[in-house]
Design a protein around this ligand. Structure first.
Ligand code: ADP
Length: 536
């Protein structure tokens, strides 16, 4: 059987028509319909796309929050053979124009509140080949100057469901996602029908996010970033109830939806779960339906993993991945034989690790000569991956040097453990190179965030005439606390850091700058540090 998106869509349409899909709308209202409605409307969209007289392999962009309409596009665009290009709504107008141009988008489906961004992108660089803009919500289409602007609802309303299933070759491109450019210019990762179907199985599996028909999934991660970790495809495939949160996120809104819709599985970056923990503690709310939350995109502090288990009874399971790995790479489920270990050991060996490579993904951690380093829990090396849903090249053949003999050089530095888990020590570019040795900024941040005076911490390299680079600890104090450097240094010593690794300098900040997807933005932090290593 060809691994074609229709295999997932057809299954849902046949077996799960009564299951609900819910979208929490900005302002507090909720949109609710069933898989039956979703499938019908996705098929109407397929017919509408054909009606626009595009080439069968045209690129169709989405500039949208998480929602049921975005889900319709996830299936309808590749269902017609066209390529879904999810656009990051946090980009500046000029960056957005570049990414649209780079992807070759001819159509863009955009939420009404994001039209001003699209207008600004047009002014900043033109919309290149864009011929049609479909507005997902209500808006006065006459008032906005964009090419071929029409209402999505008007456009699909004149079509009927019942679009005939197509048998696309499994190697056909299905989607493009640009990396968010934390460490360089955005590059386009291209997913195929095959990689997307296999990834959906990997995400739904018990070794992945663990999703079945008895579940209700809420991806906090945006659908414009790494396909919301593949949850929309995986959840649709297994017929899980799905909840989307459109528009800006607040912990209160998230908690409310989780409670009322009986969400069982959720996924997001550490900053989301940090803020959410504060909300749960402040309100005393309990979420009895929530089986586990998956936390990836950056390393969650060890103390956060511990807090979810102790305080809320919710496993917070760490995962690693990147746009180029679809993005699921590894998930830190504890193994069966670890169930009787004490909490500290379990945290060290499983919870605080980035995970076990997902079946279908192979990992290799290499030294400077390209040899595999020992998986001893200590030795760092460059992380390489290959697998069923790891891309084997970038759009337009860019950065070919990152792909060798079928392996992708991730740019991450990792440590393998004797139990088969990996830990991400750093990104190559963030690693602090001091006197010929390496200091992991991620390890140091995690340890600092375990100190009671610290709410958040980011560690960046500052130039040093003698050692080349030294760590600078940028710290956001916990409410009512005043962190002192000496106490932080003592704490790091007690957490396995050597004396030579300890930071000599600390800067107190009100907040750590965040990227568009809520990770600490070290690029922004670094640019605000002058030559003397002082924050501007
Ligand atoms: P960007 O590079 O723009 O942030 P991605 O979302 O593709 O875009 O980010 C992937 C990167 O996020 C990985 O290469 C890694 O550096 C980081 N990352 C993801 N998960 C983890 C984790 N569990 N621990 C540490 N870093 C992680």
């Amino acid at each position: 059987m060809n691994l074609n998106i229709w295999a997932l869509f057809g299954h849902a349409a046949r077996h799960h028509r009564e299951v609900e899909i819910v979208t929490g709308l900005p302002g507090g209202a909720v949109h609710r319909y069933t898989y039956g409605d979703f499938c019908d409307r996705a098929e109407m969209l397929m017919a509408a796309l054909d009606g626009l007289e595009l080439a069968e392999d045209a690129v169709v962009g989405t500039l949208a929050w998480n929602s049921h309409r975005h889900l319709e596009a996830y299936f309808a665009v590749p269902g017609t053979g066209r390529v879904l290009h999810t656009l990051n709504l946090r980009l500046s107008p000029a960056e957005l124009a570049r990414v649209i141009e780079h992807g070759g988008d001819e159509v863009i489906l955009a939420d009404a509140d994001l039209l001003p961004l699209l207008v600004a992108a047009k002014a900043a660089g033109g919309l290149g080949r864009v011929r049609h803009v479909l507005v997902l919500g209500d808006t006065d289409t006459d008032a906005v100057d964009l090419p071929g602007l029409v209402s999505y609802e008007d456009l699909i309303a004149v079509h009927e469901p019942g679009y005939p299933r197509r048998e696309w070759d499994e190697h056909r491109p299905l989607g493009i996602c640009h990396t968010s450019g934390t460490t360089g210019d955005p590059k386009g990762a291209v997913y195929t029908h095959r990689s997307t179907v296999l990834h959906a199985f990997g995400v739904a599996a018990g070794s992945g996010l663990g999703l079945g028909p008895g579940d209700c999934g809420l991806a906090v991660v945006p659908m414009f970033h790494g396909n919301a970790w593949g949850m929309p495809y995986a959840a649709t495939m297994v017929g899980a109830k799905q909840v989307f949160l459109a528009g800006p996120l607040t912990p209160a809104r998230l908690a409310e939806l989780m409670l009322t819709e009986e969400v069982t599985v959720s996924a997001g970056v550490p900053t989301v779960w940090l803020d959410f923990a504060e909300h749960l503690t402040a309100t005393g709310l309990s979420l009895p339906d929530l089986r586990h939350v998956v936390c990836g995109g950056a390393r969650p502090p060890r103390s956060l993993v511990d807090r979810y288990r102790r305080e809320f009874g919710i496993p917070l399971v760490q995962a690693w991945g990147m746009t180029e790995t679809s993005p699921l790479g590894s998930v830190a489920w504890p193994k069966h034989h670890m169930r009787h270990w004490d909490d500290e050991r379990l945290l060290d060996e499983a919870g605080a690790q980035a995970g076990i490579a997902s079946p279908g993904v192979e990992v290799s951690i290499r030294d400077g000569r390209g040899e595999e380093v020992p998986w001893d829990g200590r030795t760092m090396g460059a992380l390489h991956v290959r697998g069923m849903w790891v891309v084997d090249g970038y759009l337009h053949g860019e950065a070919p040097g990152q792909f060798t003999d079928g392996w992708f050089a991730t740019g991450d530095v990792a440590v393998g453990s004797p139990y088969g888990y990996i830990r991400i020590a750093d990104r190559t570019k963030d690693l602090i190179k001091s006197g010929g040795e390496w200091i992991s900024s991620v390890d140091m941040e995690a340890a600092l965030m375990g100190h009671p005076d610290v709410a958040e911490a980011a560690v960046v390299a500052i130039p040093d005439p003698r050692w080349q680079e030294r760590p600078l600890a940028c710290v956001v104090p916990a409410p009512g606390r005043e962190p002192r450097l000496e106490s932080l240094r003592e704490h790091l010593l007690g957490n396995g850091f050597a004396r030579w690794q300890l930071p000599e300098r600390m800067e107190l900040l009100e907040a750590i700058p965040r990227t568009g997807v809520g990770k600490f933005d070290k690029k922004a932090l670094r640019t605000s540090i002058d030559e003397k290593g002082t924050l501007r």
